[in-house]
Design a protein around this ligand. Sequence first.
Ligand SMILES: NC(=O)c1ccc[n+]([C@@H]2O[C@H](COP(=O)([O-])OP(=O)(O)OC[C@H]3O[C@@H](n4cnc5c(N)ncnc54)[C@H](OP(=O)(O)O)[C@@H]3O)[C@@H](O)[C@H]2O)c1
Length: 310
Amino acid sequence: MKQLVIQAFGDADQLKLVEVERPVLAPSQVRLKMHYAGVNPIDAKTRAGLGWGAQAIKDKLPWSPGFEVMGTVLELGLEVNRYQLGDRLFGLVAGGGYSEELVVEAEELLLVPEGVSDEMAAGLSLAGATAWQGLTDYGTLQAGERVLISAAAGGVGHLSVQLAKDLDATVVALASPNNHDFLWGLGADEVIDYRDQAALDALAPVDLLFDLVGGTSGEALLSHVKPGGRVVTVPTITAEQVIAAAEARGLKATGMLRRIDNEQLAQLVRMIAQGRLRVTVSRIFPLVDGPAAHRQIESGHTQGKVLLKG
Ligand SMILES: NC(=O)c1ccc[n+]([C@@H]2O[C@H](COP(=O)([O-])OP(=O)(O)OC[C@H]3O[C@@H](n4cnc5c(N)ncnc54)[C@H](OP(=O)(O)O)[C@@H]3O)[C@@H](O)[C@H]2O)c1
């Protein structure tokens, strides 16, 4: 089977499609034919040798990225009775999603409900878990509160806008003008170009800043948070810097690391089936074009999600 791997940290061209042995199936696992794998900034940062992801795999190269997967069951381990051949499954896995096939613990995957497309399920797990956990577990967003979401048109952002609206919050979304209609369509209450200083100056303060950009951009948004308000800064590499600046202003700030929670994922995919949430997929690349998919995510201007097709 074919798999995209890196042999060494570096630029997107380090991703090579190679032939690898089919992994052995353990009794508790399923073998999936990968239909789509989500491409996330963490994949590209880790490939480049940056952050906690690279630290975790630096002694385990070659490495195949890919945490968000959707596929159909090709083979069942002897102990697996919750699924059948051909079932459509998705989930947040430990890596290796950029492969024609992968073996995964059956309990790590969920059924894609009727009415939910393969593509939407593929782009949901990492971005959706981050959006939901960031807004609720870390941000404790309440109905009636104002939340400012940066990178609102991106993978995590476009789901965050919809989930915050579902919680009856007032959503202020930051994006380039070409994404404004997209964000109005997702239900944002106020949409602002983050390069328009006059519009930012006129912004009424918010209860929660959901910072999806980090660094100096995240710091620059702190002045829009109400006294005593809350900040969740999502990019881990700059979290310390943004938290320190927020605390210096008397704000309550935290970083976060998304975790796997299949009950939450089941709830999110049900919301898609009910028409309350949608995953926008803006680009789909064949597996062989992994480097182009990474260059797209590294542009920093992806709308919604990017997928690889198995
Ligand atoms: N801690 C965790 O567990 C965790 C989990 C998931 C993601 N993350 C991190 O969270 C961040 C967002 O992830 P993602 O998947 O949503 O990324 P993404 O899809 O690549 O985000 C792209 C979006 O960023 C926007 N953007 C770029 N520069 C901006 C700026 N200065 N101000 C406002 N928006 C800006 C772009 O908007 P325009 O095109 O409109 O300019 C684009 O829509 C990444 O750093 C990622 O690594 C962390």
